[in-house]
Design a protein around this ligand. Structure first.
Ligand SMILES: Cc1ncc(COP(=O)(O)O)c(C=O)c1O
Length: 557
């Protein structure tokens, strides 16, 4: 039995039938309610069609402005209560599953394992969690190749602003006028496309951090940081050199890595910082051994990042002292390295240390750091690769710090879809090819980013991140009271939230059990759980997450 209705949408040439399969089962899997909506893929959309797939039971069709809900139990065995119109949901949310569904006894399931074994013939797969069916994944839910549907609170290592297959992005990619951008990836530094300036203005420049109006796109987070460092070093040398031409000695010595062309400058970074894996960025990275081991790194100054104690309100004095200690050390290091003849040209810092443990510091700490930079002539770079894009409740996390003026560089990637960095006017290179590589980014990503930014504005997603983040943090604090000793240090800004688990072994077990309950999480630091949901994450998602986390913690108590 089946019903299919034709949906006419003004922006589509062909009417299409939208089929949503809603599978219900009485099976109970721990706290999982086995309720699942599958969402139409291209092949499930039957133009003007009238047939149905086997277990298709619920069709949601749209007629003019209002929604009508239809139900049908494919085998005529049962009846489901008629769904209420959910007019408050956005187009993207209406496509999303209602809760996780786990269909294999563990994740990764057999198909994932089989694919991992095949891939294992050609590369190391130890970091593979599971194989994904990207076509079926939707919104906050990732569907794996075994048919498990997981609430994704790690979103491809914090890099999906609007979750999976957001209809607005799908539509942008289907537009014929965007096809040439997708097919012909340009060498942007030399042959930018006709609409490139407009694309930049409508995307990256429209959300530039206050006070910065120069931008350079790049491929990934590491090379964004790497090139931000280069821009800083060039500006530093320009300041020393003054308005004179380069000497022949400089031009020749740089070719063999010698002074004066390759100057002895240093870059200051922080313990537990993570800034990427290219050789320059790697020298600023101090989070995990397997990122660093066996690679030569430049010996540059490393300052302590404040180790705050929680709850913050109970340790105000101690935390202030800790931040002052770290700032003093920064000052000392700048002085020491200056005397050593390797002056610090720049400081690179994350507004919240991500990989290194979701370590926060106060606005006062960052203001103090900027003051030191101003006093010593050192450039300040914020690495917002993980914190940018609106999830903190502002587009850029450093906007929470009320700095006296803009930082010199703000590096981005991940949720911004394109890598790159914003920079102060004085950092603008004087010659072409100085900050450059073949692709220097990808304009296709800007097409998508433009749509992301529109969605963020129209749907108030930054305000949502702030509200949902607060709800999530409050709930985590409550959980901390329920499970003292097992969960601690709940912290967050917007939805950039984290907690620490008793120890690394228990953390691994929490992550494994949560995945088997249909929730995908990230980790950070020694025993931290890192939450990095999309901007579409709402209170109902927090509730699902917390419900399953509570069950898991109760088991491990
Ligand atoms: C703060 C930060 N900077 C830089 C990077 C490196 O980015 P990518 O992995 O895209 O090179 C990361 C990656 O996780 C990051 O979190």
């Amino acid at each position: 039995m089946g019903i299919a209705r034709t949906r006419h949408t003004p922006d589509q040439t062909h009417p299409q039938t939208l089929i949503i399969i809603h599978a219900l089962s009485n099976r109970s899997r721990g706290s999982n309610h086995v309720t699942q909506e599958y969402h139409p893929r291209e092949k499930d959309i039957i133009p003007g069609g009238s047939s149905l797939m086997a277990r298709a039971i619920l069709f949601r069709t749209r007629a003019s402005a209002s929604f009508n809900y239809f139900q049908a139990w494919a085998r005529g065995q049962s009846t489901i209560p008629l769904a209420q119109p959910v007019v408050e949901l956005s187009a993207a949310e209406r496509l999303e599953p209602r809760s996780p569904v786990v269909v294999t006894s563990e994740i990764p399931g057999p198909r994932s394992k089989e694919l991992a074994a095949r891939l294992g013939q050609y590369q190391n797969t130890d970091a593979v969690h599971f194989f994904v069916d990207y076509e079926r994944s939707q919104g906050n839910y990732v569907v794996d190749v075994d048919g498990n549907c997981l609430l994704d609170i790690f979103t491809q290592i914090a890099s999906l602003p609007l979750g999976y297959n957001h209809p607005r992005l799908v539509k942008a990619m289907q537009k014929p006028e965007n096809m040439a951008t997708v097919i012909n990836r340009p060498a942007l530094g030399s042959y930018p496309p006709v609409d490139y300036v407009e694309r930049l203005q409508n995307s990256l420049l429209s959300v530039a951090p206050p006070g910065l109006r120069q931008v350079q796109t790049m491929g990934c987070g590491s090379c964004s940081v790497e090139n931000g460092m280069k821009a800083i070093n060039m500006a530093y040398q320009r300041r020393i050199r003054g308005p004179v031409p380069y000497t022949e000695e400089e031009l020749q010595s740089c070719l063999v890595n010698r002074t004066p062309g390759s100057p002895k400058l240093s870059f200051l970074s922080f313990k537990n910082g993570f800034h990427g894996r290219t050789m320059g960025a790697l020298s600023l990275t101090h989070a995990k051994w397997y990122v660093k081991l066996d690679f030569p790194a430049v010996d540059w100054p490393i300052a302590p990042f404040p180790q705050l104690r929680y709850p913050l309100e109970e340790f105000v004095r101690e935390n202030h002292a800790e931040e002052q200690r770290c700032l003093e050390e920064v000052r000392d290091l700048i002085d020491t390295w200056d005397k050593r003849g390797e002056p610090v040209s720049g400081i690179c810092i994350e507004p919240i240390q991500g990989d290194g443990g979701d370590n926060h510091a106060s606005a006062g700490f960052f203001q103090g750091l900027q003051d030191i930079c101003d006093e010593t002539g050192v450039y300040l770079m914020f690495d917002e690769v993980q914190t940018g894009g609106g999830v903190s409740g502002k587009y850029w996390a450093h906007e929470h710090f009320s700095l006296r003026h803009a930082p010199h560089v703000v590096a981005f990637s991940k949720r911004m879809l394109s890598g790159g960095f914003y920079f102060a006017d004085e950092l603008r290179p004087k010659e072409g090819y100085r900050i450059f590589n073949t692709w220097t980014g990808d304009p296709t990503r800007l097409v998508l980013l433009e749509q992301v930014i529109k969605e963020v504005r129209e749907e108030g997603l930054m305000a949502n991140a702030e509200l949902v983040g607060r709800y999530m943090l409050d709930s985590l604090k409550m959980l901390q009271c329920e499970f003292p000793g097992l969960v601690k240090n709940a912290r967050g800004l917007g939805t950039l939230c984290a907690v620490d688990i008793r120890d690394a072994k228990t953390r691994a077990e929490v992550l494994r059990r949560m995945r088997n309950r249909g929730v995908n999480l990230g980790m950070c630091g020694v025993s931290g759980i890192r939450l990095r949901p999309s901007l579409l994450f709402k209170r109902r998602h927090v509730d699902i997450f917390l419900d399953r986390l509570r069950t898991t913690l109760a088991e491990l108590k």
